[in-house]
Design a protein around this ligand. Sequence first.
Ligand code: BG6
Ligand code: MG
Length: 210
Amino acid sequence: MKAVIFDLDGVICFTDKYHYQAWKALADRLGIYFDEQINNRLRGVSRMASLEIILERATQTYSQEEKEAFASEKNALYVELLQQMSPADLSDEVRETLNALRAGGYKLAIGSSSKNTKLILSRLGLGDFFDAISDGTNITRSKPDPEVFLKAAEMLSLPPEECLVVEDAKAGIQAAFAGGFSSAGIGEAAEHPNCTYPIKHFSDLKKILL
Ligand code: BG6
Ligand code: MG
């Protein structure tokens, strides 16, 4: 193994609550039922695919134009909420583990569905940290499609077999498997049958890799 490709939301940082608040505000305005359980289904899924999941409960249908406006409305609120994030939101455990893996000679990359990846990394003080960033802005197909991880491996000039994907979403483990990557899964991702290394804590990566 020569590199580690990290999912962002739910692995490096915790943006779930901001996604939830922003989607909840939109759903309330539209009179659509939405709760934390439905929010869990949005993990790893692109913005438009997330909106489709929320609209499953809608009593009317919406045009593509309206859907795009809804997604923009949600994102504007989400981006506003992200302004609360700071380097203090990067846990000591994540910071220390990333540094140990880098010292161990691994290339470190991001593979995230989010189009806000660069903004989030800069809020966390990690704007220049990673060797490659593959995110929602350079893909056409969202997880469980492997595209985002394949692009990250390509940016690192490494084959998938030499990269470990770290994920918190089942869709992400499925994507890693489909692309020929081994994976480490945290939380619900650890339960996926295709997860190579189920882990409890981010720092367990050191046991796997060092
Ligand atoms: C993923 C999140 O990282 O990014 C999803 O887990 C989110 O919940 C997706 O929908 C897209 O994010 P964004 O920031 O492009 O709306
Ligand atoms: Mg995630």
